[in-house]
Design a protein around this ligand. Structure first.
Ligand code: ARG
Length: 594
């Protein structure tokens, strides 16, 4: 299926080229206002300038060239030289039918598939996820789905934060609390206990205390740095203990991701890059890129010097810290080695990092270093940042007590509230409890994800559960409701033995619906090219809206004539299939009924 805009651009482009002009001038866009038609083309103005002609005359000429085409209902020159285009009814019917017959609901494939890794969520050892991880998780998951759907070969990687200074902090904090554990005895010859000496709760309790202490106490900081370096150098007790940290954290995290409906194809950690670091450092050395900087070893990646706040001059991009003065690998070191690994193991063409935009400097540094060292071109690396989910005070969302809300608690809260809303609306009061709970979960997750994804990712937004969960307006539950309504129509049609059939067009609401369905491919391209799921979220919302106008204006099961009914059933099928695909690409699942 080829979207109208592509068909029209091709047709008009041909007309322009026949006059010796660039076919790109024939590009059309959706008309701004319904009274201008369905699409418009503005190329005659630029074309006329090149030919030294009156733009309105040129527009007229193009119009008369294309008007006979079966695609065109009407094509008129307007204003200073615009072309206002209406698609023919016959084309509307064919398009509606083609979308309904297409399992991909009108979506195309990318011309040249690439190998892509989406690095998202970035959970850490010792930290159960909180609202701050929500955006990295759901935006990244959606990007992964969109890329895969368009035909790329995609791996989602959690890039588990299981290495580096935090590990040293945890080791020293536990050594303080339980010094007699065998992990700390350098003479212990094993084997180490199989069960973990700590639960996730212990890690979560120890970590913030240790982190805070290290900020103020130089001795504590030195101990943690030393422990980090020893862990990385392979000290057996520390390695054994670290394995426990990783295992207990991971188990809890996987549970939370599952509740969000998020999975990963790879669960590699920062630690997995460690075995590559030594060779990478040698390579950087050999390429003359590694330089000493106050005891540490860095790669300079700036391209100019700029004035600094304190009056001096400094590089415009911070250097990449590869080896700290204690000899440890740093966050950026593992990121660089992970690039080397991803290229070697997966042959990736593109890595998309879905990480808080406050890390943009970090990524700029890593990407430049990767480019400079010849590991991966800068153009194959993209950090897609995002804003924060804020409380009503406009600051990153906190609980009423001022703490950070854990993701697990957030999901429970949303689900409970969704259940209460459904009860209030009298939805499914006599359905089985298990089904009710499942619907509430789906509604809750749809509310959270859609509220996030319908904003451009760069903007921050305010956490307002009441609004997210509303059944009206631009919300997840509204979209689920639309999907469920479509499903119910199709169920009833089946019960009555009604068949879907060829599309014959009558009402303007039907044209409008097909016009929206036709825009799916463009929404996908936008989401894909700009790496911004909101294009797709917008589309899903428009589709639900156009469907509800159609539903109100055009009797379906109650249509007086069988041909009309079967035509409308085809449109319902096309709408449902496309809406479910769009929702799935946003990571949202619709229940059977609600
Ligand atoms: N674990 C990191 C954090 O919590 C995020 C990891 C993002 N991905 C990466 N490749 N650096 O800040």
């Amino acid at each position: 299926m080829i979207p109208f805009a592509d068909q029209l651009s091709h047709l008009l482009g041909h007309a322009f080229s026949k006059l010796g002009l660039d076919p790109a001038l024939g590009g059309v866009v959706r008309a701004q206002k319904a009274e201008f038609g369905h699409f418009q083309c503005n190329g005659a103005m630029a074309g006329a300038k090149q030919l030294g002609k009156n733009p309105r005359d040129l527009a007229q000429e193009i119009a008369s060239q294309v008007s006979h085409d079966p695609l065109i209902g009407s094509c008129e020159a307007a204003g200073p030289g615009f072309l206002n285009i209406k698609v023919s009814d016959q084309s509307f019917c064919l398009q509606g039918q083609a979308i309904a017959a297409d399992p991909r609901a009108g979506a195309q494939w990318v011309d040249v598939p690439r190998k892509v890794i989406v690095d998202y969520a970035g959970p850490n050892v010792a930290k159960s996820m909180h609202v701050g991880h929500l955006r990295a998780t759901i935006i990244g998951d959606s990007i992964k789905r969109i890329y895969r759907f368009r035909g790329d070969q995609v791996w989602g990687d959690a890039h588990f934060g299981d290495w580096g200074f935090q590990m040293g902090l945890l080791i020293t904090a536990l050594a303080q609390e339980q010094p007699s554990l065998p992990y700390f005895d350098p003479d212990f010859s094993g084997p180490y206990p199989e069960s973990s000496p700590v639960a996730l709760d212990d890690l979560e309790r120890l970590y913030p205390i240790a982190a805070a202490l290290a900020k103020t106490d130089a001795h504590a900081r030195d101990l943690a740095r030393k422990a980090t370096a020893e862990l990385q150098a392979g000290r057996p007790g520390y390695r054994a203990l670290w394995c426990h940290f990783v295992a207990v954290s991971r188990e809890a995290l996987v549970r939370e991701f599952k509740a969000l409906g998020v999975t990963f194809d790879l669960w590699l950690g920062e630690s997995d890059a460690d075995p590559l670091i030594e060779a990478m450092i040698k390579d950087l050395e050999a390429k003359g890129l590694l330089q000493d900087d106050q005891g540490a070893r860095v790669v300079f990646v700036h391209d100019k010097m700029v004035p600094k706040k304190d009056g001096g001059e400094g590089p415009n991009v911070a250097p990449l810290l590869v080896v700290s003065s204690e000899g440890s690998a740093m966050y950026g070191t593992t990121d660089l080695a992970t690039i080397v690994d991803r290229v070697a193991r997966f042959g990736v063409d593109l890595i998309i990092y879905c990480v808080d935009q406050r890390q943009s400097d970090h990524f700029e540094t890593v990407f430049r270093a990767a480019d400079k060292a010849g590991y991966m071109p800068r153009s194959g690396l993209d950090h897609i940042g995002f804003g924060t989910m804020n409380g009503r005070d406009g600051k990153p969302f906190k609980t009423r007590e001022g703490g950070v809300l854990k993701l697990h608690d957030l999901i429970l809260m949303v689900q409970e509230k969704a259940q209460a809303k459904m009860d209030e609306a009298g939805i499914g009061l006599d359905w089985p409890n298990q089904e009710r709970a499942d619907i509430a979960h789906k509604v809750g997750i749809a509310a959270l994800k859609f509220a996030d994804l319908h904003n451009f990712r760069g903007t921050s937004y305010i956490f307002d559960l009441e609004r997210f969960l509303s059944f009206e307006g631009k919300t997840g539950p509204y979209l689920l409701y639309a999907a469920v309504r479509m499903k119910s129509i199709l169920r009833k049609a089946e019960e009555a033995g009604y068949q879907a059939g060829s599309v014959g067009l009558l009402e303007s609401a039907e044209r409008d619906l097909i016009l929206v369905l036709d825009g799916f491919e463009y929404a996908l391209r936008g989401a894909y090219e700009k790496r911004a799921p909101h294009h797709l979220a917008d589309h899903a919302y428009q589709l639900a809206g156009a469907f509800s106008v159609f539903y109100a204006a055009c009797p379906i099961l109650g249509a007086t004539e069988a041909g009309l009914r079967s035509s409308r059933l085809t449109l319902v099928r096309a709408s449902l299939n496309q809406l479910l695909i769009a929702l799935d690409l946003l990571g949202i699942e619709a229940p059977e009924r609600m």
